[in-house]
Design a protein around this ligand. Structure first.
Ligand code: TYC
Length: 104
């Protein structure tokens, strides 16, 4: 009969220290350019980052003024998918809008 810490060949196993960290999160950022229409950027932020029109407008204006702005923070695969969807939509519409992700 073995105890909880004792396997059947008599070895006592030290309890493993918990080393699990929460997964890294990634900011998705839009970058400014001189050509993409403001209205298009607002629509992108609403559609892909689930913001209302007012919030989307504020983010767009921040990007326009400061050169970049944060649209949301997500786990890596979701952030990566959003970047790809935004870039695909922008290219199809003929706009040079840039969207990037960076570890939060
Ligand atoms: N600077 C653009 C303009 O004046 C607007 C713009 C805002 C473009 C945000 C890109 O990520 C962007 N039409």
């Amino acid at each position: 009969m073995a105890t909880q810490h004792d396997n059947d060949n008599g070895t006592v196993l030290a309890r493993q220290e918990q080393k699990l960290k929460p997964p890294p999160m990634y900011q998705v950022l839009l970058l400014n350019d001189d050509y993409t229409p403001m209205e298009f950027v607002v629509a992108i932020i609403q559609e892909y980052f689930n913001k209302d029109r007012e919030t989307a407008t504020q983010i767009m204006l921040k990007v326009h003024r400061d050169g970049k702005g944060m649209c949301g923070v997500y786990p890596k695969d979701i952030a990566s998918t959003k970047v790809e969807l935004v870039l695909t939509h922008a290219r199809k519409a003929g706009h040079p809008l840039q969207c990037v992700m960076e570890e939060a």
